[in-house]
Structure formats: structure tokens, C-alpha cells
Design a protein around this ligand. Sequence first.
Ligand SMILES: Nc1ncnc2c1ncn2[C@@H]1O[C@H](COP(=O)(O)OP(=O)(O)OP(=O)(O)O)[C@@H](O)[C@H]1O
Ligand SMILES: [Mg+2]
Length: 374
Amino acid sequence: MATVTFDHATRVYPGTERPAVDQLNLHVEDGEFLVLVGPSGCGKSTSLRMLAGLEDVNGGSILIGDRDVTDVQPKDRDIAMVFQNYALYPHMSVADNMGFALKIAGKPKAEIRERVEEAAKILDLTEYLDRKPKALSGGQRQRVAMGRAIVRQPQVFLMDEPLSNLDAKLRVQTRTQIASLQRRLGVTTVYVTHDQTEALTMGDRIAVLKGGLLQQVGTPREMYDTPANVFVAGFIGSPAMNIATFKVDDGVAHVGAARVPLERSVVEQLTDADGGKITIGFRPEALDVVPQGTENSMPVAVNLVEELGSDAFVYGTLVGPAAEEAEVRSGAGDNQVIVRIDPRNVPMKGDTISVTIKPGQSHVFSAATGNRLS
Ligand SMILES: Nc1ncnc2c1ncn2[C@@H]1O[C@H](COP(=O)(O)OP(=O)(O)OP(=O)(O)O)[C@@H](O)[C@H]1O
Ligand SMILES: [Mg+2]
């Protein structure tokens, strides 16, 4: 087992100017499950491939344990990778698929058999060892791909969207299996996904990337409770956080009738560049539905009600005096506000509801930089 360190690691692809990964600094603890997450093209796979040795590092270095592996061949890094497209060899049995890397490495047959059987037991694949991949379900094939990595007993597992070939239900099952398997084996793991739910449920810590730049690293709770900037705020959490522009007067942020008192330390951080404005984020679950006319409340016209059984969400538009200046953004699109409501008491499409932000549940960011102010 080992730690993993990216030290100002940079990758500029030939023929491009902007780094795909720009001065990445990241330390993964021994035995930790770290999830790299971010939108398509943000540099997740590139980071993982640099760690694997499949991509040149143009600046900075990469360490596994205390060993600088920046210029070490992939096969000498003692890692095992599970790809999104984990094509198994169709003509080989499950056992041969799992043991293939060991065979190539010239390990004795008996040892291969032993390691394969051990991995099969862990993965619940024992009874399928003699089958061909085509006679397996999608989830079983995915476990064989995991098995191929496990038998190598590497210092680090690298996984790049290993669940994306599975249907939604199987993905949820398999993600808990992988997470608990990793905890059992205790092997340091770097896991790539674009799915923030996967990141929140699987990772000991999450690293969010955007445009090749690391935005924030933290535990799932830290990412949810104290996002470092507007991007992370909007990315982590489902449905996404509502984000709006408020005006600031006398230490109070306001838009329409809604008012959010600001801490003095926040007000002191505002600069001329902010232009008397502040960006405020409030999650769908941070809103209370209140009687119309309640002080500080904002009217929301209901466009859609999404009922999920245990939860219900209103997708609506801010109306009234706040509507234009608020510049609301959310995961649902511009000018959309998402409100979590009592699933036993849902409004109708076309209704107008009034909402207030629960005290202490707003996130404040600089309007100019998007960085967190509290
Ligand atoms: N071989 C390449 N040559 C040039 N540019 C590349 C190459 N591979 C990737 N890129 C660019 O580098 C950036 C990061 O790509 P990367 O594959 O790391 O993204 P990603 O975060 O894994 O995205 P996705 O979620 O879509 O897999 C993208 O802008 C991509 O277009
Ligand atoms: Mg990728």
C-alpha cells in the first residue's frame, strides 16, 4: 500500500496550448478512496493516466509512496487500472481473464490459480470461473474486470468510470460493492467519475476539477457544507443549489422582498469589483414554503412538480420585484428555482408559492470572483 502525490503535475497535449491538467497538487493517503469528479473534459482521465504512466507529464512530478514515478514505465509502477471500457477477452474463461496479467508476468500456474480463486471468492464469482464472458450479466462482467485488478495485488487501484456501462439500478448496487470492497482490501484508490452522487457516496474524499484546475478537495460533508466557490456549490448536491445575485445595503443582502443578513466578516471582504453585489446560494432543501405575504418571502411560480415518493421538488420561476435582478441560476437552468417541498402537500403547476431561505443555510460568494466569503 502507498500514498499518491501529484506535485504541480501538468499535462499539455501536443498541438494544444492550454494544459488539460494544470499544476495539479493532490495528496492521497495510504488506503484512502479518493474520487476525482468534474464535468466532461475537465481533465479527470488525463490525471489518472498521468498517474498510470500512460500520459507524459510536462511539468511537476508524481509520487507513489516516496518514490518519484514521473518517468517510470507503467508496468513498473505497481498499479492496476479498471477502465470504463473494460473489454474482457471473449474467448477466455473468467479465470483466464482474471489471471491474464499474472500469466504475462510469468507467475507460476499454481500461484495464479490461488490468487484468482481468492479474488473470485471476494467478488462472488467462484461459480462462474469456467464460463466465458458472454454468459455473464453486465454486473458480473464488471466484477471480473475488478477481479483482474485485484489479483495483481497492486499498491494503487486506478478506476476510470468503471460503472458507466451498467444500467442505473446495477450502478447503484455495484457502487456500494466497490466502496465496501475497497475498504476491506484497504488499497489506495483513485476513482474517476463525472457523477457527483457517485463521488459523494463512494469517496473518503472528493477532488473537484474544472478546466484542468483543481477547485477543492474535501470529505463529502465538507464539499456539501462549505463549497469553496460557486462552481463546486452548483456541482455538488442534487438537485443542484440555487444561485442568485443579491444587492448589499447596510450589511444585508436583498433581492425583491428576500433579505439575508450578512456577517460583518463577510461584508468586510467585499471589494469594489463586486459592485455592491453578492452571490448567494441556497439549496432546494434550504427553502421553507410559507404563507403568502410572509415577511422576507419570495414568490415562485410553479412550472413543474417532481414527485419522488420520499421527496418532492418544485421547479419554478422567481416572480415579483426580484425576478429580474436576481439572475437566478440552478441545475435546472437560468431563472429556475428548485424548492424541496413536503411530498404530502404539493402545489399544482401554475400555482404561486412563497418561500423563505432558512436562517444560516445560505452560502455567500463574491459576485466578482465566485469564491466563498464565509
Ligand atoms: N490525446 C489528446 N490530444 C489532445 N487533447 C486531448 C487528448 N486527450 C484529451 N484531450 C483534451 O484534454 C482535456 C481533458 O480530457 P480528459 O479526457 O482528461 O477529460 P475527462 O475529464 O476525463 O472527460 P470525460 O468525463 O468526458 O471523460 C479535454 O479538453 C480533451 O479534449
Ligand atoms: Mg474521461
